[in-house]
Design a protein around this ligand. Sequence first.
Ligand code: 9PG
Length: 593
Amino acid sequence: MRLIPRRVEALLSASGGEQALSAALTGSEAGLQLGPLAVDVSLAGTEVDWSLANRSDSPVRVRAIALVYELIDIVVPLRMFRNGYQSWSPTAIATFGIDVDPSVLADLEFLQATQHADQRRARDGELRSEWVTLLTDAGSSGPDRPLLAGFDGGDRHDGTFRLRADGRTTELWCEAFFGDATVAAGEHRALHGIVLDDGDGDDGPTKLSSWAIGVGHRHGARVQAPYQVGWCSWYQYFHDVTEAHVRTNLNLAAAWPFDVFQLDDGYQRAIGDWLTTNHKFPSGLDDIASTISVHGLTPGVWLAPFLAAPDSQVAIRHPEWIARRVVDGVDKGPLRTWWNPQWGGGEDGFMYGLDTTHPEVAAHLESVAADLVDAGFTYLKLDFTFSPSVDGGYHDQSCTPAQRVRAGFDAIRRGAGESAFILGCGVPLSNVVGVVDASRIGEDVAPKWALGPTEEIVAGYLDVQPSTQRAYVNTLTRAFMHRRLWLNDPDCIMLRTEDTELSPAQMRTWARTVAVSGGMALVSDDLALLDDNARQVLDDVLEIGRVCDDEAIAGRPACCDDLLDWALPKCFAAIGYQLNVQPAEGTSTLRRS
Ligand code: 9PG
């Protein structure tokens, strides 16, 4: 299989509809004209440099611009390692012509905005991967020598790889996604470079590693934080968490080797009003933070900083801070970016998206973060942070969705300060290298191993619903990111054997997966439910986890050697450890190697 550069395609948005433009690539250095846009492409070497400029005298709205390669000499099956868009998006191998894009199953833009950079439905048969991909076929360049394509960054715009077949040709579209951002007359924008690695000899995980090392260096990845051990309220108490739960567990925590004690969703008065608590937390946040500190632990707190409930103070006092829903150029009111009935909010659980490009919103985010850190919460879990990526009307229309997400994170980092620990969750991964200390890299775990097809809440959504099996898969397939782009957060360990549908064997499989990954190790149980056996499991996790994390720091993170072989990989190895899993059942064996 080989890639031949063929052309550049641009999709422009205009009041009367959309305009698709195309220009053929003739040599390895090309200056192409696509309507008002001049696109410079340099294909020399293993990295593509490209940029665009608006040569017209009026602004241009750009949906996307893509460098299109034709794939030749393919020996089917052609397969694609699909990296998901954000923390919760499935990441695994898929077969072209058989597997389908999640948007085809859901066909609901509201949900698709969480799955891929472009919330619109993919073409029939198309497969997408975000930021980076591996392609492999059955030919001479087969499974052991896949081809990697990756964008070398993601804070200016998202980068989407689309595998498409059109009649008899198969194409790889390397797309800089602008999401209708306005490029001013005369403006020039550098695009993220595209790395193409078809080197013989290196296998898929090795190529992914090299790519991640390059991106991390280029963007100042924050990879210095110590190994994280702690407690989190979510997977035991969920929304029903109370101050009494927090205090009881805090009193028991002294006997456990925790550094961080993190309060999750359920304390806040309203989504968006992060500094005021509800009736379940009568003492307020300052008191909770100081109580955690008195116990010798680092206070951590959850917030969904870019969401606002319709009946929150922030939304009521500052309607101009909310992004707008725009249909065919017509303003249709506040932009809804998430739905969670348990949050209430006055509109059946629909949440508004804050406009992170508005200077007052940035100042507000900065001040909320500063206040939380002042209260003592030096560990911030920032959740549902894909919100500003949703298509809509924003104050600064020149910003791409990636820039809107990044602007929100940058504001929070300014307020929180350099020494606060920031964990991104529900986060578009490519947008935040260099600003977060850690990223959740998989779906939520649940006190249950796997979900059956009948448990799907909304069509096309099953793979994103909380399930320990799904979290397991992403922990393996995204292990190469750990300590290169940030610290990986595989999600919490649950050690309890009651109040859970996880069998003891499944509980151990997940704990071992977290351990071998070298990623963050937070426990999410009512500590009163845990016995000596649970403690032994955690002690083993931490012993192995520290060794594996040290190896990652030394440049040798855990590796999934069969990530191109199965959608549910089975092998996870780190220096000194080999984990073999039966992913359907959730059973495993761990060997020292
Ligand atoms: C708090 C939780 C926890 C958890 C986060 C996030 O797709 N979904 O409907 C969906 C809902 C919740 C969710 C993830 C996905 O969980 O990952 O750790 O903090 O919010 O509400």
